[in-house]
Design a protein around this ligand. Sequence first.
Ligand SMILES: *[C@@H]1O[C@H](CO)[C@@H](O)[C@H](O)[C@H]1NC(C)=O
Length: 410
Amino acid sequence: MKLQHILLSLAFLSDLLVEANIIPRYFAEIKARLEPRRRKKKPVAAPVDEDGWPKYFHEPGGSELANHYDSRYEHGILTYEDKQDTQVHMMRAYLDFFKKNGIETWLAHGTLLGWWWNGKMLPWDWDIDTQVSGPTLMYLGTHFNGSIYDYTSADSDPDLTPPIERQYLFDVNPAIIERDRGNGNNVIDARWIDMRNGLYIDVTGLSETEPSIAPGVWSCKNLHHYKTTDLYPMRESMYEGVVAKIPYAYDRILAEEYMEKALVITEYEGHKWHPELKEWVKKTPAEIKQERLDRQQARRKKQQEKEERKKAKEEKEKAEQEAKEREENEAKEAKEETPEGEKKDDTEPMIGPEPEDDHGIKEPEKEPIKVKRDAEPEPEPDLEDELPVLEKESSGLKHLRRRALDNDLR
Ligand SMILES: *[C@@H]1O[C@H](CO)[C@@H](O)[C@H](O)[C@H]1NC(C)=O
């Protein structure tokens, strides 16, 4: 009983410490790695979709990363390097398999975007997407479902490391005969799965779902639409070093899906585009640290400038106030001065009562004499009024950019 209490408090405390960022992320990551396995033990009842199809493909879930593995083959989250290695070979093997069997497939979504940049995967991307035509999908379902493809990476150096034997399972969703979205449980039509670790390529079929209303419009179950003339004739290109097909109007397809920003921005998800290398390169910890320092410094500088502007404004206001008072006093003095031309000390304000006009003659109104003082410098134009607008604009833009990326660059 007592031991149980102690263990419970320890577990609670460790959760608290992670939450409060006291235990470093490292431990949180270990925890995250353990989580999918723990979750796998209790199978969830498969939700049935509207048309009576149970969800076919399963992922461990629980975290963003764990969603990219097939539950049957997943053994924890891969490192960045293993993930890159897996994805490159998985894609090569997939394209190889389709070519050998004379089946048409092409690149889609983020995979197509990666091709657009440099014919490679976007290194931060966990989704790999390809498409096939509806008739091809049916053919794959009847002829290739359950195929296991053995593949040995051609580029591994047998003198250094033994070649890695890789195996891929081609698994076709039985719900492919439905071409409507249903409740969204079966939008993925097929998967090419690395049986060593569960990473996969999502394959979706495009069907002309409404030939009478919208002829020549091809849709996937996740409701992306393509015109026949945007897809065909397919272009032949290279992807990760092997021949791959690209939809004819890839530029229009990409611009529509990702907005132009995704084709312009050169820093994303901890990676930087190096034009001379034609590569997205992961930032090193030193670079990330330096960037953080730069940002801090920029913030500090901005704060300092703001304070300086505020101080300058206050000083200006004070000077203006003083000048105004002085002018008023001088105007008063000038009024009291009788003969013109007589020089007066402009620093000493006139004290005492106003001279009485006991002759009943009203003195003509006089313009107050402007006394020349040392020339004051022109006050700096006040930036404070323009600033909030500028800041609003730039933060609005930043927001737009973030949204564009968050929504679409995955
Ligand atoms: C593919 O094979 C699996 C496993 O045998 C099966 O559950 C599934 O229904 C098959 N898919 C199709 C399209 O027949």
